[in-house]
Design a protein around this ligand. Sequence first.
Ligand code: KIV
Length: 273
Amino acid sequence: MSTGTGETARMTLRDFQERKDRGEKLVVVTAYDSLFGRLVDESGVDAVLVGDSVGNLLAGYDSTLPVTLEQMVYHARATRAGVKRALLFVDMPFLTYQVSPQRALLNCGRVMAEGGADGVKLEGASDSVLAAVRAVVDAGIPVMGHLGFTPQSVNTLGGARVQARDAAGAKKIVDDAKRLEDAGAFSIVLELLPAKVAARVTEAVRIPTIGIGAGAACSGQVLVLHDLLGLNDGFNPKFLKRYATLADDVRSAVRAFGEDVRGGRYPDDDHSF
Ligand code: KIV
């Protein structure tokens, strides 16, 4: 999209909704820093998500629970520096939005003001989360919901497994999605759900659903960048499609550098002053 002034127009939430309404699929990927933020922005995605998966991918935690608000503000600000056109959404970490709507508002406000986010993502649809969503939306902050497998509840959900496999579970997800929409959410991530359940949710709400391991009927899809690039090569869930094998490229490039250094081939005259 061009403004005619040589600058690229920034996506808005209205564009996001209108693309869904026109039946265009929405494309979202994660990023955690300015370099990858710039590369994915230049690749034409609709939105970039600074996920709290940064805890697993970059910090080496075994869940998203230890991720702090300071870490999310830092990664949001870094990613914002690279993302000039796409929307930038940021995950609110564990316990920064459930305790009270007031705390949720202050914490989400920091991510918006200091991190440069266009919206925040909150997991679940419990009464406390819905109260937080209402307070945050009321203050003018766009909120994306997240249903199905919600990684911050990994301990109660018994691991990263497909949710809502029975009729009662499916009904609860549809009801939760409607409650999130009523509370003011502008979109909902659906993670690890049977494709039929995600299709029912997508039918039941007007706002876009963004799937990850939730089938093709969602309004759009999100993948974790390091997974789709094949950088996180130990992670092999059924839903993941790899579009590159960068872990192999990194290992062979660094191995080749080592061999050149040890063999006296680098630096040669072409790379010396
Ligand atoms: O943290 C994250 O990367 C996410 C996506 C998996 C949707 O929430």
